[in-house]
Every structure is written in C-alpha cells, then in structure tokens.
Design a protein around this ligand. Structure first.
Ligand code: FMN
Length: 373
C-alpha cells in the first residue's frame, strides 16, 4: 500500500506516521528532527527537559527555556515536529504548553491523564492541540470541556492497551476484547465524524508496514508509534536500554501497577529492568528527590508524591526513567518501558531505514503483520 499523507491543522505530513513522545529523555530533538525531516511527525517528550538540557549544555535551564530550545532544535531540519506533554506532570504543565506554543510547535499531544484545560492555557495559534484517549468516554468528556473553552481538538490519538509507557486503562480492563485497538477505533471514528471530522491517529502495538496499512484500511488517518523509534540510532535511550529491548522476550514485557507509577496509571515495563527487580524485592529505600509527578495538597500546592510517601507501592519513576536515559545513574537504577510488541525488535536501525521500511518503500527484512501475534 502506498501510504497517504496526513493533514493536521492545515499542515501536510508526507507520511502518516507520528513518532510518539517518549519520556524521560528517550525522544529528544535528535530523534524528533530526524523523523520530521524524513516526512513523519517528530515528537519531543517534555518530561524533565529542564534537567536534561541543564546536563546536556552544562548551564542551568528553567522549564520554559528548555522546552523552547528543544522544540526549536526539533524543527531545525524542517518538517513537522511537536511535543508530548503529560497531564500527570502537573506542576510544569501550563508553562510547558506556553513555551511550546511560543516556540511554534506544530502540535501538542497530551495524555497521561485527561488534558481538560489544554485549550484554555494560551491561544494556540498554529499549534494543533491533540488529546490522547483510550476510550470513547474520555473523548466525550474532553469534547464537552473543550467546547466550553471554544475549541475542538485538531486530531485525536487513540491509544490501545499494547502501548509503551503509561496506559489509560484499569489493569483489569487491559485484556478485554472491547479494548483491543481495532475495537476501540470504530466508535471513536463515528463520534469524530459527527463532531467536525478530525484525523484519528491510532497507537499501541503497531509494528510493521502491514500493521499501518491494516489500520488505515479500517479508517484510521495515521499511526503513532513509540517502540520502533526507541530502537533507532537517533533515539536518546542508552545502548543498554536498546539492548534490553532487543533481548526482551514476549513474557518479559508486563504491565505493572503495584509497584507502579506515582500517577496511578498502569505502566508497561521490561520486568528485568534493574529498578523493577529491586522494587519487587522491596530492597529500595525512598530516593525520590525530583517530584515531577506530584498531586496537589489541601492548599493547592504540588507537594504530594506517591513514591515519597510509599516507595514500596510506587516507583520513583522520575529517577528510574532519568537513569534509563543515562542521567543520575548514581541515584537510581534504570527502569525500562517499551510497548508489548517490543519483543519483536531485533536490531537498532536508523530513522531513515525505519521510515523507508514503514512506508513500504524498502522490503522489510521480515514482512509481517502483528495481527495474530
Ligand atoms: C519508552 C517509551 C516512553 C513513552 N513515554 C510516553 C510519554 O512520556 N508520554 C506519552 O503520552 N506517551 C509515552 N509513550 C507512548 C508513546 O508515545 C506511544 O503512544 C506508544 O509507544 C505507542 O505504542 P508502541 O510502543 O507499541 O508503538 C511512551 C512509549 C515508550 C515506548
């Protein structure tokens, strides 16, 4: 199949492939700019960018400056590039949105919680605002709330239960037939077509050109992929992280919630990641000193961190993920996340090779659909 282009908020994307935001420090400007210049959409993860750029450039950055600079770098080689901003990183959410719009990000993709207030933070100008949802119910709530703010989403990312990172399902709902991505898509398409018809991008478990073609034939307008881009040369994950993905077998990739992320959402993890092994053995003393994933206290200040209060039920996710990007390895062991089909990855390739393979231009070394996988 020759993949069609994708249009979002008036911008044409040559290949309907969005490289999903991967935090912490996994999808940064080197990956995003490579994907954008190959005709897809490159997405930087906003998570901890202040710390990551402070380390990279050996000078202090605040969140606004770090986000602005990283988006500018992602757009430097041309093409379409934006940012993923997790709702769960609540303390820095508004300032990150403002910086992204000021830096002329082509899109803000926001999930990890419902981005109910996103259009009310700043006038988006040419930046497309795209919520991530995992159910029709969540989409309806967002449309209702955004309508009151006078804005309609410029596209929707529909993420199913096979995706890497945090998942928008209760742990007991993950295996329901009704929650398979192919079954979630039709009602979402139907709803969107009745409310202004914007592109629906599917995510979670999409691995091959055949998978992309299958979902486009089902009515999706594009795909968002994380795992495949994690195993690229341009991705900022450490070599050890990429090797852990290559080494992982099907049963090594599991969803965990206790111990889990302090934001309470189930999290996909490689079960041999050093931090997860230690967390399970309950060998870890509380080490959380970052506090990006905070909830508000009674006075409305972001002071509560699940991991600080109860380190046996929650990961210190900020430090664990920072460590898997090669940062503060002296503070915490690495925590690796990947999508459920990550076990299919058998080598690291360049973004250019991957984009050619996914577009169907290059015969894949192994051409297959994961439908029956
Ligand atoms: C290493 C990794 C980190 C991720 N981090 C985030 C994140 O910070 N925010 C987010 O919304 N999604 C995150 N995701 C989800 C991706 O953006 C994407 O939707 C997902 O990976 C798609 O599923 P796939 O991995 O099967 O392709 C992450 C995924 C991976 C693999």
């Amino acid at each position: 199949m020759i993949l069609p282009s994708l249009s979002i908020k008036g911008k044409t994307i040559r290949s309907p492939i969005i490289q999903g935001g991967m935090g912490i420090g996994v999808s940064l400007s080197p990956l995003a700019s490579a994907v954008a210049s190959e005709g897809g959409v490159g997405i930087v993860s906003s998570a901890c960018l202040d710390r990551l750029l402070t380390k990279r450039n050996s000078k202090p950055y605040n969140t606004y400056d770090a986000v602005y600079e990283e988006i500018s770098l992602a757009k430097e080689k041309g093409g379409v590039a934006g940012i993923n901003i997790m709702v769960a990183i609540a303390r820095d959410y508004e300032i990150t949105v403002k910086a992204a719009i000021d830096a002329k990000a082509d899109m803000i993709i926001s999930g990890g919680g419902l981005p109910l207030g996103l259009p009310g933070i700043a006038k988006p100008n040419d930046t497309a605002l795209i919520p991530i949802v995992s159910s029709i119910r969540a989409l309806e709530v967002i449309y209702k709330k955004w309508e009151r703010l006078g804005y309609r989403p410029d596209g929707i990312v529909l993420e199913g239960p096979l995706a890497g990172g945090h998942l928008g399902f209760k742990i007991e709902e993950l295996d329901l037939e009704s929650n398979k991505l192919e079954n979630l898509l039709p009602p979402i398409k139907d709803f969107v077509s009745k409310h202004g018809d914007v592109p629906v991008i599917v995510a979670g478990g999409i691995y091959s050109h055949e998978d992309i073609a299958r979902f486009l034939n089902m009515g999706a307008d594009g795909v968002q992929m994380g795992t495949r881009f994690l195993a690229t040369t341009e991705c900022s994950a450490t070599d050890a992280y990429k090797q852990a993905v290559i080494d992982a077998g099907k049963d090594d990739i599991i969803v965990t919630s206790a111990p889990g992320s302090p934001c309470g959402l189930p999290f996909m993890v490689i079960k041999d990641s050093p931090m997860f092994v230690s967390a399970l053995a309950n060998k870890r003393s509380p080490r959380c000193d970052k506090g990006y994933i905070m909830t508000k206290d009674r006075e409305g200040n972001y002071t509560n961190c699940g991991a600080k209060k109860d380190n046996s039920n929650y990961f210190c996710i900020c430090n664990g993920l920072l460590s898997s990007g090669g940062y503060n390895t002296d503070v915490e062991e690495p925590l690796y996340t990947v999508g459920a089909n990550g076990y299919l990855v058998d080598r690291v390739m360049t973004v250019s090779e991957l984009m050619q393979e996914l577009s169907g231009a290059l015969p894949a070394e192994r051409s297959f659909s994961t439908e029956a996988a």
